[in-house]
Design a protein around this ligand. Structure first.
Ligand SMILES: [Zn+2]
Length: 254
């Protein structure tokens, strides 16, 4: 059994075949699909999906850094209202994205800090998006790990020194399809990192693993990533499943 710790299965890309896609995931041995929130436009479909698949599709709540624009405080207020209403498995996804748009950098940082405070207040893990911003995110979380902040750097694709710095803070590395990309070199990094620090994810519908690279990604492809991690680390696939599933259960209190 594997857990897909980061999957946007509520997104429009799955409108034509969502039920069949979830069926394929269950058939592929995916016992749970964890859904990171993006913004108020997608919160309702995410929460509906969770209601339709209790115990299988589980919601986080937060504001994605790419959705931090003018009026982001209102978005955050909506997140906070939901947090007060009911329980979630994590805060996220949050973090910083310095790839797409730098014009809201200060606002992204403010939104990140506010979500960190919620993670601490509600004792939830935080799911971090750190595109072109891994070191900046690390600097921010380091201020809060002594207060008990924990979580995962989702879609990790950084260097060995970054991987070590993240795991030294007690954070996990979220490993997805990038591991299967030949030129990424992530296999060389991960073979140096104890498996106790790794959780698996697809980030569907993005970043499909080889041999489906470039196509729509879906949770049923997670075993391709697990298999590659097994090869990279010289570990039996069953061991990869046991350890990474155990890590996900521990981090998200499943
Ligand atoms: Zn995501």
């Amino acid at each position: 059994m594997l857990i897909d710790t980061h999957s946007h299965i509520y997104s429009k890309e799955f409108d034509p075949d969502r039920a069949a896609m979830i069926r394929r995931a269950l058939d592929a041995g995916i016992s749970a699909i964890l859904m990171p929130a993006i913004d108020s436009e997608t919160h309702p479909t995410m929460l509906q999906l969770e209601a339709d698949y209790p115990g299988r599709c589980l919601s986080m709540i937060g504001l994605h850094p790419c959705s931090v624009k003018d009026g982001f405080q209102t978005e955050l207020d909506q997140v906070e209202a939901l947090l007060k209403q009911r329980s979630f498995i994590a805060i996220g996804e949050t973090g910083l994205d310095f790839y797409w748009d730098l014009s809201f950098k200060a606002q992204q940082e403010a939104a990140f800090e506010r979500q960190i405070e919620w993670a601490l207040e509600y004792r939830l893990p935080i799911v971090i998006h750190s595109r072109e911003s891994t070191d900046a995110c690390l600097e921010i979380i380091k201020k809060h790990t002594p207060r008990g902040l924990r979580g995962v750097f989702h879609c990790f694709g950084g260097s060995l020194s970054q991987a070590r710095a993240i795991t030294e803070e007690g954070f996990y590395l979220g490993v997805g399809g990038v591991l299967t990309f030949k030129k990424a070199g992530l296999d060389q990094v991960l073979k140096e990192i104890p498996l106790e620090h790794i959780v698996l994810e697809t980030d569907a519908p993005y970043l499909a693993p080889v041999p489906n690279r470039g196509k729509r990604n879906e949770p049923a492809y997670l075993p391709l990533i697990a298999q590659k991690l097994a090869e990279a680390t010289g570990t039996a696939p069953e061991e990869i499943a046991r350890i990474t599933t155990g890590n996900a259960k521990k981090l998200f209190a499943l």
